[in-house]
Design a protein. Structure first.
Length: 703
């Protein structure tokens, strides 16, 4: 089903908008129109075939064969087929150029019957249209060796894996013959331009247009336009695609060469102009004339290409560093760049040494992938890059960067590398980075806000601060930020709100990094502090009930256990993953630590491990030091007490945490009836160990 722009039906009383839909008859492939809302069942006017438009043949990577009725994965079909699955040409979506060229042109469009629906219309693929495709294929076969077409093999890679599974082996496999012919002819003509400046300018427009070409260009039904191949930061194989017109018109055809070149030309015109845009104090944006007819007099900037871990600039020479670091393994930047690079290489390899390789060089790219570059390597390299920023910055210089991520361990890793390089956060500003209706956000329910982090060089040791005091400061600032968001009237997705509040919390934590002291007088690690902050922000947002006061200073893992595991019935794996999003401890961590396990009756679900069972699973593997997670202490006490062991030596060793142990035992007994008697006995035992107090005083303190 394809939705065309709405058209207006005129009446004497008023005009109204009527939806117009173009559907494909599954039995004949004919196109026909449906005006108004699409009914549950539709009968094609020519064939009389009745079908349900909402129940297509493809969904979520699977398709149902119209002949045998079997449902299977598209990639499995490609494997069986042995090459990329074929595409079928049903029809085209066209623009008539008459619409914007004066009254006489409009009359001509009306005479030809091409003025409907804002001069946009659908046409069926006729036999003549199919012949043109065959002619293009024959011409390509005859001239292919003379055209600069990227025929090299697609290399192994995280994103390339999806292409290979779909049967694509070479870059040229991703385009149909007509696209390869048109793009090859165009690129060859660009390469023949003798003026290198003009050649590269035109090549920039060609590069932009490549994003909307090929079999991977998605046809968006809801917006009736072609979406760029890498709009979702990967190489997806859409089931509804469109062959974009390579040439196009200046004012029509998203991603065509003409419109892409005009877009690039606009940037070049601005770069060579003698003005710049300035925002006035009242918010108006105006042109600011520069001195001289050719722009600034003298040298304005130096452009340097180098590794971020070895910047060719002297120490303490830079006032400001602004950067956008890679988001760990979220986007494979070099792999996505290869989509354009393999074409540009055909022209630029003889002119620039950077383009000699057939694909982008990836050895020095700071990215996390599934091969040789794991999380440890990634953050080691990030630390080196931050240290270079620290070296070149002046003492009063600023480092500014944007970052957002849904996974807590990526946040903690990035911040550790930043702090270890000698920086701390002085400000955190939320700003929109993605549109709410973008493909990536809609597909992943992702974050639309970035946090702009402003950092300074740490020139002195941070001051010590108790966690209890820092917790109060974070809560106060987070509540104030939340009130500002609610007063603004914007309804933001939950991940965005969490991201904005997290920026505030991390700013405060970073100012005391390494000197945030827990109740036992020990420094809190970054990972533990991050978990505590995540729990606190959930409380501020009303997503989790506050823990009792004596449990608010415990380790992060135990806070996650009390809030998200204890007393729960179970989850799907994805459900628990979503619930833990933003924490450092993941579903896999909880599985490894025997806090959750697979449901024996349903392998697709996870269930919490009760205290007695966990003691049996981990007997002899518990750590019993003072710094061990509180949840380990509780389960060790419950299991050992049930087994008749003397737990008094452990309790005396853990005396600084008696209050937290008592509160934890109470919660454990409340949610697990099987250990209720045992937790009660343990609470009473702790009461007998409190020195210098009678029974009444012990009762007052502990209960």
């Amino acid at each position: 089903r394809v939705v065309i722009d709405s058209v207006k039906a005129q009446s004497k009383e008023k005009s109204k908008t009527v939806s117009l839909h173009v559907l494909i008859d599954p039995s004949t492939s004919d196109l026909f129109e449906v005006r108004g809302e699409i009914p549950e069942e539709v009968t094609a006017p020519t064939s009389g075939f009745t079908f349900k438009p909402s129940q297509g043949t493809t969904a979520r990577g699977k398709f149902t064969c119209q002949a045998c009725g079997r449902t299977q994965a598209v990639v499995d079909s490609a494997d069986a087929y042995g090459e990329p699955l074929p595409f079928r040409f049903y029809g085209y979506y066209a623009h008539t150029p008459y619409g914007r060229r004066g009254k006489s042109a409009t009359k001509e469009a009306q005479r030809l019957g091409l003025d409907t629906n804002s001069f946009k219309w659908f046409g069926e693929a006729t036999e003549e249209d199919q012949r043109r495709i065959r002619d293009a294929e024959a011409e390509l076969s005859a001239t292919r060796n003379q055209l600069p077409i990227p025929d090299q093999e697609i290399p192994p890679g995280r994103n390339f894996r999806d292409l290979l599974r779909q049967g694509y082996r070479r870059w040229s496999d991703l385009y149909n013959p007509r696209h390869l012919l048109a793009l090859g002819l165009l690129l060859r003509a660009i390469a023949e331009e003798p003026n290198p400046t003009l050649r590269d300018a035109v090549l920039a427009g060609f590069k932009v247009s490549l994003g909307c070409m090929s079999n991977l260009a998605l046809w968006s039904v809801s917006t009736t336009k072609v979406e760029r191949v890498n709009s979702a930061h990967d190489y997806r194989n859409p089931t509804s695609t469109a062959e974009n017109n390579v040439w196009g018109l200046e004012d029509h055809g998203r991603g065509s060469f003409v419109s892409s070149f005009m877009q690039s030309k606009g940037g070049l015109d601005l770069a060579s102009s003698n003005y710049e845009w300035m925002r006035l104090d009242n918010g108006d944006v105006v042109k600011h004339q520069l001195t001289g007819s050719g722009g600034y007099s003298g040298k304005l900037v130096d452009l340097i290409r180098s590794s971020s871990t070895a910047i060719p600039v002297g120490s303490c020479n830079v006032d400001l560093v602004v950067t956008d670091p890679p988001y760990a393994g979220s986007v494979q930047y070099a792999e996505m760049s290869d989509w354009y690079y393999v074409w540009l290489h055909k022209v630029l390899a003889d002119h620039y040494p950077e383009f000699e390789s057939e694909i982008t060089l990836k050895a020095q790219e700071i990215i996390e992938d599934t091969n040789d570059k794991g999380a440890v390597w990634f953050f080691e390299q990030m630390t080196l890059a931050w240290k270079e920023c620290h070296r070149v910055l002046k003492e009063d210089g600023l480092l500014v960067f944007t970052f957002h991520h849904r996974e807590g361990d990526r946040w903690s890793g990035l911040l550790r590398s930043l702090f270890d390089a000698g920086f701390y956060l002085v400000a955190a500003y939320p700003t929109h980075s993605e549109a709410l209706n973008s493909i990536v956000i809609q597909a992943t329910k992702g974050i639309t806000y970035d946090i702009i982090h402003v950092c300074r060089k740490r020139l002195a040791e941070p001051e010590e601060i108790p966690w209890s005091l820092l917790r109060k400061q974070v809560r106060r600032e987070a509540q104030e930020q939340l009130q500002e968001l609610e007063a603004g009237g914007d309804v933001l997705p939950g991940p965005d709100v969490w991201m904005i509040l997290l920026g505030k919390a991390l700013k405060l934590f970073s100012q005391h990094y390494g000197k945030v002291i827990d109740a036992d007088g020990e420094p809190i690690s970054l990972e533990d502090g991050f978990e505590r902050l995540s729990t606190l922000l959930r409380e501020v947002r009303g997503e989790a009930a506050p823990l009792p006061a004596d449990l608010q200073g415990i380790d992060g893992l135990s806070q996650v256990y009390f809030i998200h595991v204890l007393g729960k019935a179970g989850w799907t794996r994805d459900g628990l993953h979503i619930e833990l999003r933003g924490y450092i401890h993941s579903t896999d961590d909880l599985l490894e630590m025997d806090l959750v396990t697979l449901d024996p009756n349903d392998k697709a679900r996870l269930i919490p491990v009760r205290a007695k069972e966990r003691y049996a699973r981990r007997h002899g593997r518990f750590t019993d030091g003072l710094k061990a997670p509180l949840v380990d202490k509780l389960h060790l006490l419950v299991g050992a007490e049930e087994a008749g062991e003397d737990v008094s030596p452990w309790l005396r060793r853990w005396e600084p945490q008696w209050d937290a142990l008592v509160e934890g035992l109470k919660l454990l007994g409340k949610h697990e009836p099987a250990v209720r008697d045992g937790t009660g006995r343990l609470v009473r035992l702790i009461g007998t160990l409190v020195p210098g107090q009678d029974d009444k005083a012990r009762q007052t303190r502990l209960f």
